[in-house]
Design a binder for this molecule. Structure first.
Ligand code: FES
Length: 191
């Protein structure tokens, strides 16, 4: 798959999004707290209200604030709801239409969120883990495509060296120090 094909998938995915998005965490912690039922009820509420062209309900990976799960974020309104129960789902949609909401309001300006600079998990809470198109729309596979089709092995090693990328095994060793395993990347026949 080349860059233009990735871009075509990303564009189609973006165009399929409705103006209002309800991001419902469906990661492990939230699942244990019934988030799949929350998501299902959100979807049913949207359909019952005839708002399928206006509102997307999207299951997403962990939003990070697991102690308050299940979480539902409404965008672009930037509204967060915490500890949502399945029977509160319809009221969240009601809130979009100006009605009362029964769910507990969260705060996206909480220091837990504002104090973080997400790097690896930059798109956390936006990507649907069940749909690869969603990942591609979040620039997924672009680096892999570039590495496989545009760069030489030496260029890959040099880019990682310049990035200062560190291992996550506890020692924070720079991944592209001058020692192994990088020479092996350049000589695939070595053992
Ligand atoms: S598992 Fe839902 S916020 Fe972490």
């Amino acid at each position: 798959m080349d860059a233009s094909e990735l871009q075509a998938i990303a564009t189609a995915e973006d165009q399929a999004l409705r103006p209002t998005r309800m991001y419902c965490c469906t990661s492990t912690g939230c699942r244990a707290a019934q988030s799949l039922a929350v998501k299902q009820n959100l979807e049913q509420a949207v359909m019952s209200a005839g708002l399928g062209e206006q509102v997307s309900v999207i299951g997403v990976g962990c939003m990070g604030f697991c102690g308050q799960d299940p979480l539902v974020e409404v965008a672009p309104q930037q509204v967060l709801y915490e500890k949502v129960t399945p029977d509160q789902a319809a009221s969240i949609l009601n809130g979009l239409q100006g009605g009362p909401v029964q769910a507990q309001a969260g705060n996206l300006r909480h220091p837990f969120f504002t104090g973080q600079l997400r790097v690896v998990r930059e798109h956390s809470g936006r990507v649907d883990p069940d749909r690869i198109e969603s990942y591609i729309a979040a620039e997924g596979y672009q680096a892999l495509q570039r590495v496989l089709q545009e760069m030489t092995p030496n260029q890959v090693v040099e880019e990682i060296r310049r990035s200062g990328l560190r291992g996550r095994g506890g020692l924070a060793i720079r991944r592209a120090s001058s020692g192994p395993p990088w020479p092996r990347c350049l000589t695939p026949k070595s053992t």
